[in-house]
Unconditional design. Structure first.
Length: 467
């Protein structure tokens, strides 16, 4: 080809392009330099449809123009979960180091399935998993994989719980046990993804009604004793940090009952598992070391970018027996020769996977564990400070003493519509993004804190608007 011949389109896409690199890196660099990420606004369908109309063409478009459309229009209709004023649902607050390393992971096209394809990346991810396993007091043999979120983690773990239990029942009772209906004990406060999981894996929920929203060993024991077929209840799910109120279940009590009865003990710490690194609340997690499986989302309170959940098993071989995919083209990733092998694909329902634990790993190594502890403690302290402000205001009522970073409160005299109006106004004015929740049948206010840059002054500004 002549030196000045145009590059054919099919090659153009893969040809190094320094202008495109500079364009994107400049955007990223500006974004990372914003001192306080703006909340921005929800988008209307007609508005985003109009922006997108006709953009996909045969010839393609100038990247600078496309980036401009994204930056000036599309990105403005995306609420920034990493704004320190975002206190709805569960916010996110990825560290700068983790965001930047996410780009490295993207640029490297890491295939995080197997040791064969990504040994160094898998080993680094496992170092981060080990940090979490140590905090939970899980044994040296514990391990797992990073998956896309708490829902994926719960599903992957509970499939292992089901199949392991089924296997044991068949070994004990013979083939007729293969078709027996199984049940898992879950509290009425378990996350919706746990209920969805049970439906997906065709296991019946054995729902324990909690007193005061906290699942205890005593409640589990009493419910099992009152049941006519407790043998069919083969696993139990506890939550270490409920999503609505941040309540940590009685892990020691529930785990002890699970041990006594040979039930699988799963702990869903998708939101609150990060509190393990906060000395001020660590004792509330007593019993987590009994878990057979445990999930915590670094994309929530461990300051990693979306999407990243850490899934750990006490005995990873049990997960491997369930999740390993058997296909001749994959034989090469499995060795029987005793050489070291850790294939993340073997520990969840996935095959192809992004090495999504690496941004956490990089940030952890760069920033050190103390920075994580302090950042997590910040939200716990803030929740307590806000609780005291609420106590001091006559028109506000604290609904429960916060344990982690969630605060539930009532504005005396407000209806659901009043909360909606208040939340909409705060978002319109870019003061805060808050959504109400439901608590014991009533619509109430809820703050959810993750971001270490959220300040008490911001909260005071918002509380003042309830007067
Ligand atoms: C306790 C708990 N479990 C599971 C999930 C689901 O996690 P994800 O949204 O990462 O799938 C959440 C999400 O908020 C949660 O709080």
């Amino acid at each position: 080809m002549a030196a000045d011949a145009p590059v054919p389109p099919q090659q153009r896409m893969h040809t190094p392009d320094s202008e495109l690199v500079a364009l994107i890196l400049d955007y990223v660099s500006d974004r990372l330099a914003i001192p306080e990420t703006p909340l921005d606004h929800p988008g209307q369908k007609a508005e985003v449809d109009a922006i997108l109309d006709g953009l996909v063409t045969r010839e393609g478009m100038d990247p600078a123009r496309v980036l401009e459309i994204y930056a000036d229009h599309l990105s403005k209709t995306v609420l920034s979960a990493d704004s320190p004023r975002y206190w709805a649902f569960i916010p996110s607050a990825p560290t700068k180091a983790s965001l930047l390393f996410d780009m490295v992971v993207s640029a490297a096209s890491l295939q995080g399935i197997s040791w064969l394809e990504a040994a160094g990346a898998v080993a680094a991810e496992n170092q981060a998993l080990r940090w979490i396993a140590d905090a939970a007091g899980l044994p040296v043999g514990a391990g797992g994989a990073f998956v896309s979120g708490g829902s994926a983690g719960n599903l992957s773990a509970l499939v292992v719980a089901r199949d392991t239990a089924r296997h044991r029942l068949v070994a004990r009772d013979g083939e007729q046990a293969r078709h027996r209906r199984l049940r898992f004990a879950v509290s009425d406060q378990a996350h919706s993804s746990v209920r969805n999981t049970l439906s997906i894996i065709d296991v019946d929920p054995f729902v324990i009604t909690t007193a005061d929203h906290r699942f205890t060993g005593d409640a589990l024991r009493a419910a099992l004793e009152a049941d006519s077929d407790p043998d069919s209840i083969v696993a139990v799910v506890a939550t270490s940090g409920t999503t609505n109120a941040g309540i940590i279940d009685d892990l020691l009590g529930v785990g002890t009952v699970a041990r006594e009865r040979g039930m699988w003990f799963h702990v869903d710490g998708a939101y609150g598992g990060a509190g393990l690194f906060a000395p001020s609340v660590r004792d509330r997690y007593a019993g987590i070391e009994l878990a057979d499986s445990f999930v915590v989302d670094p994309h929530k309170w461990l300051f990693a970018p979306y999407d990243c959940a850490a899934l750990l098993y006490r005995e990873p071989r049990l997960a491997k027996a369930v999740h390993t995919q058997d296909a001749s083209y994959l034989d090469a990733i499995h060795h029987d020769d005793g050489s070291y092998e850790w294939n993340p694909t073997d520990y969840a329902y996935h095959l192809t996977r992004r090495a999504r634990g690496l941004p956490l790993w990089f940030s952890l190594v760069v920033n050190g564990t103390d920075a994580y502890t302090e950042a997590i403690e910040h939200s716990i302290t803030l929740a307590q400070q806000v609780a005291r402000e609420i106590d001091a205001a006559e028109h506000l009522e604290l609904l429960r003493e916060p344990t982690l970073g969630m605060v539930l409160f009532r504005r005396v005299g407000w209806t659901a519509a009043d909360y909606d109006t208040w939340c909409a106004r705060l978002l319109r004015d870019q003061v805060a993004f808050i959504t109400s929740t439901s608590w014991e049948g009533e619509t109430v206010g809820r703050f959810s804190f993750i971001h270490p840059a959220t300040t008490l002054e911001m909260l005071r500004e918002v509380l003042a608007t309830t007067a």
